[in-house]
Design a protein around this ligand. Structure first.
Ligand code: PLP
Length: 407
């Protein structure tokens, strides 16, 4: 499928819904992307005709489910250009992946006076788990500042990076501002001093091609549901050379080799990191989502979303009293803004009355809100299924809302 906006929209029946009697305008894809029919059909098909547990049975359905589950892993590995399929571990999502690495890797690695370095742009999911492991290990939790426009500040980063820094964990793309961090450059600097790098790719993978081999990161995480896939499934890429050094995060069935009262041995990666019955339907659904994206082409998606972002930015910049927060060059399709004298939640509620779904609040980035001295923003986040007509309607509605709230 080449980029055909009508065909693409038809893949998302939810877009035909009415909200408060108005056509739905969905500008909340950064929270979760809508699901195309091919993904939902694939999940249905799995539950209706293929349901069975994996890696366990000696019967046809179980073998088949195992095959589809492992095919899904291979599809993910190809999508992010992992060197080997076993570098892909299925988790419940980005949050689960960060907790996994901070506890299974960070907790064993970090010693007193070591440092963990994150940025002030991080989602709480890539902030709090590192803060916690620093407390648990007596190491220091350091945060580097970004520029006021939301862009990465190399000098601030380098000032915080030092020989005590053992782990650097950064977002590839900010969920609040859309800033794209130069992760390859960050990784290069971190490697020079021997630090390990975790990249939170939750907001990157749906909008740009990601090549973990080229980035040379140690860990890369994302969530299926932000990539048009199901909730409850996520990915943690772990570079091969680290897998044997890492202890399992959770213990249980499926990840063991031999269990005796005195000692248990584990399977090789990725299985030793996947205790219990995995989210099989989630994995096949995620593979279908990746297939959907691949058919359209991530570069075409990216180009379309950039056009939408430019269009929407122009529209809101023409409304007096609307102030955009985060204007870093080359940012992803996320527009955060505040309106003088109004609360973001009031704006979002009024937009909702007109059928427009946006997010308002701190977006799980309280340290970032503190930097800007605001309680929150209104965030409109776009995806390939959005249109310029929707943006025109959004602009018109926003103008009306500004009038109402200012009166
Ligand atoms: N990191 C970023 C940048 C995000 O935007 C999000 C979700 O919004 C997360 C992490 C957490 O993702 P999940 O809730 O799917 O685990």
């Amino acid at each position: 499928m080449s980029f055909n906006a009508d065909l693409i929209r038809r893949q998302f029946p939810i877009l035909e819904c009415k909200v408060h009697g108005k056509p739905l305008v969905y500008f909340d894809s950064a929270a979760t992307a809508l699901k195309p029919m091919t993904v939902v059909d694939r999940i249905n098909e799995h539950y209706l005709y293929e349901a069975s547990n994996v890696h366990r049975g000696l019967h046809f359905l179980s073998d088949q489910a195992t095959q589809y589950f492992e095919d899904s892993r291979a599809r993910v590995a190809g999508f992010i250009n992992a060197s080997a399929v076993n570098e892909v571990v299925f988790t419940a999502g980005t949050t689960a992946s960060v907790n996994f690495v901070s506890q299974a890797f960070g907790r064993a690695l970090l010693k007193k006076n070591d440092e963990v370095l994150v940025s002030e742009i991080e989602h709480h999911s890539n902030f709090v788990p590192w803060q916690k492991v620093a407390q648990q290990t007596g190491s220091k939790f350091e945060v580097f500042e970004i520029n006021k426009d939301g862009s990465f500040n190399l000098e601030n980063f380098l000032n915080k990076l030092n020989s005590n820094t053992k782990i650097v964990s950064v977002s590839h793309v900010s969920n609040t501002l859309g800033t794209v961090f130069p992760v390859k450059e960050i990784i290069k600097h971190a490697k020079k001093i021997g630090a390990f790098v975790f990249v939170d790719g939750a907001q990157a993978v749906p909008h740009q091609s990601v090549d973990v081999k080229d980035l040379d990161c140690d860990f890369y995480a994302f969530s299926g549901h932000k990539l048009y896939g199901p909730t409850g499934i996520g990915v943690l890429y772990i570079k091969s050379n680290l897998q044997d050094k890492m202890e399992p995060y959770q213990m249980g069935g499926g990840m063991v080799d031999k269990v005796e009262q005195a000692i248990t041995t584990y399977q090789d990666a990725p299985y030793k990191f996947e205790a219990g019955t995995p989210h099989i339907a989630g994995a096949v659904g995620l593979a279908a989502a990746i297939e959907f994206v691949n058919e359209i082409g991530i570069d075409s998606i990216s180009e379309k979303e950039q056009e939408l972002l430019v269009y929407a930015t122009k529209i809101i910049s023409e409304i007096p009293s609307v102030k955009q927060i985060g204007t870093a060059p080359g940012k992803g399709p996320i527009l955060s803004f505040v309106i003088e004298g109004t609360h973001p939640s009031d704006v979002a509620t009024l937009l909702d009355q007109e059928g427009i779904a946006v997010r308002a609040g701190h977006h799980c980035t309280q340290p970032l809100m503190k930097k800007y001295g605001i309680p929150g923003t209104v965030r409109a986040s776009f995806s390939m299924y959005n249109t310029t007509d929707e943006m025109d309607y959004f602009g018109k509605t926003l103008k009306k809302i500004v009038g109402i709230l200012k009166d």
